[in-house]
Design a protein around this ligand. Structure first.
Ligand SMILES: C[S@@+](CC[C@H](N)C(=O)[O-])C[C@H]1O[C@@H](n2cnc3c(N)ncnc32)[C@H](O)[C@@H]1O
Length: 233
């Protein structure tokens, strides 16, 4: 497990300390769990050098961690976060925190719905080593996030779904497992957070539909073509 004491920038999220917003201080909520953050940190430190992307900024727990990673690596890479509601709903809490931590040079906000911002990134031919999907949890939005993420990820890159025990997200995860197995290989987050019990924790969580974070590695572009039968999911 992570020793968060070495990362004071993560204190508000790990110890639930109040954060500054446009309208006063608020204790952060809706943040990625410490387990999720540990898994993301593990993967990003193993991946080739490159930019990272997340859908869903909120108070900025995962964005702070990933921007810190780019800052420490010091090779000019950047973390991108997509969220149309950073000002209207979150009082710019993440932007203020990232600024206070001196991370603004390693971070870029796309203040638009993910379907629009990700399509722009595809058009600009951007590629990412890791895409973390943690935005709208409606099935149709998560599905769109997946389809666009598939075009933005490098081969060997990591695709992570938060809240995959939520019915909407679980449905998309099941679709990827059933229909994109030529392109994506699933990896267990428990290999990182609970290596000794990973095997049975993975089985049990899948059986009960309780796995919080689902990780896929993109192996290659899918060979799906017009006429490919749909595997039920
Ligand atoms: C669970 S929170 C993200 C938590 C964040 N990743 C963290 O670790 O602190 C979900 C976020 O998704 C954003 N969101 C909702 N609909 C969205 C959309 N269509 N595109 C992008 N972000 C969206 C919300 O504003 C909210 O900030």
């Amino acid at each position: 497990m992570n020793d968060w004491r070495t990362l004071p920038e993560m204190r508000p999220f790990v110890h639930l300390e109040p954060m500054e917003t446009d309208s006063g201080s608020i204790v952060p909520n809706s943040c990625s769990t410490a387990n999720n953050l540990t898994v993301l940190q593990h993967y990003v430190s193993q991946l080739p050098v490159g930019d990272t992307l997340e859908v869903g900024l909120a108070f900025g727990a995962s964005a702070t961690l990933l921007s810190l990673y780019h800052h420490k690596r010091g090779v000019g890479t950047v973390h991108h976060a997509i969220d149309p509601f950073q000002t209207s709903q979150w009082g710019n809490a993440a932007m203020k925190h990232l600024g206070r931590c001196g991370l603004q040079g390693h971070f870029q906000l796309h203040a638009e719905p993910s379907a629009l911002a990700m399509a722009d990134l595809v058009r600009a031919n951007k590629k990412f080593v890791l895409v973390y999907i943690d935005g709208s949890h409606l099935f149709e939005h998560v599905m769109s996030d997946f389809m666009l993420a598939d075009q933005l990820l490098i081969d060997g890159g990591i695709l992570a779904f938060d809240d995959s025990s939520c019915d909407h997200v679980a449905k998309v995860v099941a679709f990827v497992r059933a229909n994109f197995s030529d392109a994506y290989k699933e990896e267990s987050p428990y290999d990182i957070t609970a290596p000794a019990q990973s095997w049975w924790k993975t089985r049990l969580a899948k059986l009960l539909g309780r796995q919080q974070l689902t990780i896929f590695r993109r192996l290659r572009a899918s060979t799906r073509a017009w006429g490919t039968p749909l595997t039920n999911f």
